[in-house]
Structure formats: structure tokens, C-alpha cells
Design a protein around this ligand. Structure first.
Ligand code: FES
Length: 602
């Protein structure tokens, strides 16, 4: 009997809470996009389902009160080791979102691992971008935080988010700590190419080679050279799409987690201020990024990825912009593969903010370009301090006078090819040599060490059928290893030309992205063994010394070596992928499609 009043009180309290909750939900204004899911008065049954099922995760009522819902787009995967710590980063983002009064919801997307995924991670960049775009648009998200790190994860997230165009902020996972091996710094990727050449030349043992693995990758994070991952992190920062300093903070540094926390806080404000991606990134932002790429000695892959992101944003960006903006930009950052240091050193020296400041001091950047924190790039970086002028060189004493990416055109590459002069050998910048041609990467591997191969250090290695369609995904095989008989002479570089890409961590006099590619009968396909090729990087030319009529005849009779594709995503990719100079995106993915989505009534 005594229990009855107590139970009644409990029931009353429970009813009272329900009543409060009802009023609570019904009084909400449909201010943000997510309210169409969680606060709709006209579609009560839908709202029940959207909101009700979310309750099974234990979210309390007040999180559905119409506050900004922030999606945390996560490329975490144990198969993408560079992004293996991203669940921890997401937790820091969540703290910031909650602190600012938002509701964070983390979701996974396709994670393209550079080190594991076959045939090449680039094949899946566009697929991942479709996943990102549809996941953002289809869900009750008002703003999105992109967690990106390993090479393709950054452009795929930027591309997908650009096509939706919600308030967006990028958070990189950060580079690994510097590698150390046998008393020397050893950089991701760059060290592999050198160790491989030394192993082939008999300078080191198999045991040394294997021991270098864990000496190189000794912490969480992405490659710590200025490879594609760190380049793209720097591009995101230069575009204004991340908080200042994002690119270089090591993955395990507590400041990486503080930045993630602050990014979570900021995205809630961005939603409230309705600062979408297209309100930040303009053509001028891309021009800034190209200049920063030159100054950091960034990866050749940036050319393709920035073109693809610009395409999604409906901004015209082509190879001429790289020539126009990149010409004369010295390489200031002394990092492997162009120089000697690694990302950890770059961060301690001041990181991207110092590079931006140095470019601004020479009036080379558009200082009014906006960034995600609501300030201009000038306001963010003008007070940056450099703590080591050997890591980030001054303009008057650069690492390389003319850095950046140089565009080459000529009868082999009417739509352009690219070279990274800062990673090339100065004595090969102007060179004429006889072509040694490989029709496929398989033929290359079969023949490169054949003692009867007619090749010497003055030859030019030519590899065909490795472009976007020819080797679906455009593999990073353009930095072909040198023939053993040349290596044994102590030679470490030769001119190499292909329609492939190369790893951002690679180096050498490597001409890439030749367009149109051989598989679509671009004139690269016409090159034959023994033909003379003339390369002049300063002049921006690359020509086959064969007359036009002969090239035409050869192309008419040419049969590309193309892999058999039975179906699935690869079929769609090959049918729709554009050439390298257009960013190798799928033709039907170009442009913004916005955040509007049809309601599905239950
Ligand atoms: Fe992931 Fe280099 S393999 S960043």
C-alpha cells in the first residue's frame, strides 16, 4: 500500500517529462536542413522513424531540438593504415561539436588505401567521392567535417563534399613521426625507392631492406615526406578549407587533437552562419594553392586532384593555370623527395602558415581569399613565425629557384604532360635521347633487366598504356626503376616519359600524365624504339623527332594494350573517365548537385 503513492509520483514525473518533451519538439523551428528529418510537424510518422530509430543509440531528447547536426565523414579503416587513428580524431571533433551546441554523428565512407588497394587506389577515388556525396546528401546533416589523410582520401572527400556544397571543414590525420634507420632519417616512400635501388645495385642486404620497414613507419599517421598525402593536406589548408596549421601537425601530437576539437567547434558556427564550401573556395583560392604547391615542392598528383575538385565546384582550372601561377615560384620547403627533411621538421619550423606568409610578402597570393574560420588567408598567416630557415628557406635562398610543376607540350603531348623540376636532375632538363619503349607495365617488368636491352643512361624510357583508361586508375608507375646495367654504372636518374602518374614521394626526371594517353591513341602511342625525343623543360616542350605524316600512319595502325574488363565499377570507370588534364574524374560527376533531396514518405 505504501508503494502506491511512490509509483504514482514516478508515473507522474514520467508523464511530465513526456509532456515536456512533446512541447519541446513541437516548438522547434525548422531552421536547419536536419529539421526536415527530425522536427517535421507535417510528416509525423516519418519524423518518428527518423528520430525514433536514432534513440537506440541512447541520444537524449535535447539533441533533437533542431540544433545543427554535424556529420563526421570518416575514412577510418584498418586497411588504410595511414587513417587507422581516425576514430580517435573523430572523438576530438565530437567534443568540439557538443561544446558549440551541435549534434555530431560519425559515418564511414569508402577508404582508398594507397598502400594496400589494388590495382591502384586512384581507380577508387571517384567511387569514394560518389559515396561521400550521396552519404552527405541523403542524411540529416547540416554541416560536415571531412577526416582525410592517405593520398586519395583527401581529394575524394573534397570532391564529394564540393558537389553537395554544405558548410564543410577539413581535418587531416597528420603525418607519421620522422622515420629513423641506421642513424639516418628515412622518409615514407622516398626511402623505399632509394632502398630498392640500393638493393638492386647490391649496396644493401635483403635483411637491411626488411629492417627498414618498421624504422620507416614508427607511428600513426600518413607518409611523412612531402608526398601526395602531405601535399593534399597543404592544398586543403591553402584553399582555406581547414583551420591554419592543419597540414603539418604530426598524427600523434596532442595539438592534432586540439585542432580537431576546434574544427568541431567551428563547423557548428559555420552552419549557423551558412558558410558553405563555395563561399570559401574560389578560382583565386585555387591559384593560391598552385603557388603554395610550388613553394612546398608538392606532389605531381596535386595537378589531377585540384582539377577534379575544381570541376566539382564548377571552377575552370586547367594546365595553363599551373604554368601561369606556378612559373617562377621557388621551392622553399626542404623536404624529401625534393630536399632532405621530413614533415615533423616542417611542423616544428612553422608549417604551411610560414610558406603562405613568405608568398604573401612577395605579393604572390590573393590575400583576401576566405578561410573556414571566417578570416582571410592574410589574417590567419601574416604573423606566422619560422623557427628553422633551413627547413623552410627564405625567398632569397630557396631550395630550388624554379619549383612547382612544369607543363610540357609538343607533338607527343598536345594536351600536356607534367614534370616536377625540383625532384629532377638539372643536367637532364634539356636532353635528347633515343626512346626505349614499353607497351605495358608488364612488358616493362619483363624486359627492363634484360642484358640484351638496347639501353644506356642517355636513353629515354617510354611507358605506354598506363593512363586513366589504359591501366584503369592511372597507376603510379611513371617513376620506372632504372635498368640494372645502368644502375651498376652508378647512374641514378634517366628521363622517363609515360601517361601514368607517380607517387608523390618519388623523385627523378619523370614526365607524367601525357595526354591524350596511348590507350585512346594519343600520339604517345606512336613512339617506337630508337626514335629520338627532345625534352626542354625550361621551354616547356617535349617532341618526337618524327614527321607528322609518320606519326599519323603509326597511330592509324596502332592497337593499344588494354586490360580485359568484365563489368562492375571498372566498366563504368573506363567508359566515363576523363583524361589526366581534366582531373580524371568521371564525366557525369562534374559540377555541383546541391543538398536538396526528395523526401521518402513511410
Ligand atoms: Fe597513405 Fe602514403 S601510403 S599517405
Amino acid at each position: 500500500m505504501l508503494l502506491l503513492p511512490v509509483l504514482k509520483t514516478i508515473n507522474l514525473k514520467f508523464d511530465f517529462l513526456l509532456l515536456l518533451d512533446k512541447t519541446f519538439f513541437m516548438n522547434k523551428k525548422n531552421k536547419y536542413r536536419s529539421s526536415n528529418w527530425y522536427n517535421s510537424k507535417s510528416h509525423r510518422r516519418d519524423t518518428f522513424i527518423h528520430r525514433g530509430w536514432m534513440r537506440n543509440q541512447g541520444h537524449p531528447n535535447h539533441l533533437f531540438d533542431g540544433r545543427p547536426v554535424i556529420g563526421i565523414c570518416n575514412t577510418w579503416s584498418e586497411l588504410t593504415p595511414c587513417n587507422g587513428h581516425f576514430r580517435e580524431i573523430a572523438e576530438s571533433v565530437k567534443k568540439g561539436v557538443y561544446e558549440a551546441g551541435g549534434f555530431p554523428l560519425e559515418f564511414p565512407v569508402f577508404s582508398a588505401s594507397e598502400s594496400n588497394l589494388r590495382p591502384t587506389a586512384m581507380l577508387f577515388r571517384n567511387l569514394a567521392s560518389m559515396d561521400v556525396e550521396e552519404a552527405i546528401r541523403g542524411n540529416p546533416i547540416d554541416g560536415v567535417v571531412l577526416l582525410m589523410g592517405c593520398d586519395k582520401t583527401t581529394p575524394s572527400l573534397m570532391m564529394g563534399a564540393a558537389s553537395v556544397d554544405l558548410p564543410t571543414i577539413g581535418v587531416s590525420g597528420g603525418p607519421m613521426l620522422n622515420g629513423h634507420h641506421q642513424g639516418e632519417a628515412i622518409g615514407s616512400g622516398t626511402g623505399v625507392w632509394k632502398l630498392d635501388a640500393d638493393l638492386n645495385a647490391g649496396i644493401i642486404s635483403e635483411e637491411d631492406f626488411i629492417n627498414a620497414e618498421i624504422s620507416m613507419s614508427r607511428s600513426k599517421g600518413n607518409c611523412m615526406t612531402m608526398g601526395t598525402a602531405s601535399t593534399m593536406g597543404s592544398m586543403v589548408e591553402a584553399l582555406g578549407m581547414s583551420l591554419p596549421g592543419n597540414a603539418a601537425i604530426p598524427a600523434v601530437d596532442s595539438r592534432r587533437y586540439a585542432l580537431a576539437h576546434m574544427s568541431g567547434k567551428r563547423i557548428v558556427e559555420m552552419v549557423k552562419e551558412d558558410i558553405t564550401m563555395s563561399k570559401i573556395v574560389t578560382k583565386k583560392s585555387f591559384e593560391n594553392a598552385i603557388k603554395v604547391n610550388g613553394a612546398i615542392g608538392g606532389s605531381t598528383n596535386a595537378v589531377i586532384h585540384l582539377a577534379a575538385i575544381a570541376g566539382r565546384m564548377e571552377i575552370d582550372l586547367d594546365l595553363d593555370d599551373w604554368d601561369k601561377c606556378g612559373d617562377g615560384i621557388p621551392t622553399l620547403v626542404n623536404l624529401q623527395p625534393s630536399g632532405k627533411y621530413l614533415m615533423e621538421d616542417f611542423y616544428y619550423a612553422g608549417g604551411v602558415p610560414v610558406v603562405i606568409k613568405r608568398l604573401m610578402e612577395k605579393k604572390l597570393l590573393d590575400e583576401n581569399s576566405m578561410t573556414v574560420n571566417g578570416k582571410t588567408i592574410a589574417e590567419n598567416n601574416i604573423n606566422a613565425k619560422c623557427w628553422n630557415n633551413d627547413v623552410i628557406k627564405e625567398f632569397e635562398n630557396p631550395l630550388k629557384k624554379n619549383g612547382g610543376i612544369k607543363i610540357l607540350r609538343g607533338n607527343i603531348a598536345p594536351n600536356g604532360a607534367i614534370i616536377k623540376p625540383s625532384a629532377a636532375s638539372p643536367e637532364l632538363m634539356k636532353h635528347t635521347g633515343k626512346a626505349v619503349v614499353f607497351e605495358s607495365v608488364e612488358e616493362f617488368h619483363e624486359k627492363i633487366d634484360d642484358p640484351n636491352l638496347d639501353v644506356d643512361e642517355n636513353s629515354i624510357l617510354v611507358l605506354k598504356n598506363c593512363g586513366p583508361k589504359g591501366y584503369p586508375g592511372m597507376a603510379e608507375v611513371g617513376n620506372m626503376r632504372l635498368p640494372q646495367k645502368v644502375l651498376k654504372k652508378g647512374v641514378r636518374d634517366m628521363i622517363r616519359i609515360s601517361d601514368a602518374r607517380m607517387s608523390g614521394t618519388a623523385y627523378g626526371t619523370v614526365i607524367l600524365h601525357t595526354a591524350p594517353e596511348a590507350a585512346v591513341k594519343g600520339p604517345l602511342a606512336a613512339v617506337q624504339n630508337g626514335d629520338e625525343i627532345e625534352v626542354d623543360v625550361d621551354q616547356g616542350t617535349m617532341n618526337l623527332k618524327v614527321n607528322d605524316e609518320t606519326i599519323k600512319n603509326r597511330l592509324e595502325n596502332y592497337s593499344p594494350v588494354v586490360p580485359e574488363i568484365t563489368g562492375g565499377y571498372q566498366k563504368m570507370y573506363v567508359e566515363h573517365v576523363m583524361q589526366a588534364d581534366k582531373g580524371a574524374d568521371l564525366d557525369f560527376l562534374i559540377g555541383k548537385r546541391g543538398a536538396e533531396v526528395k523526401r521518402h514518405s513511410h
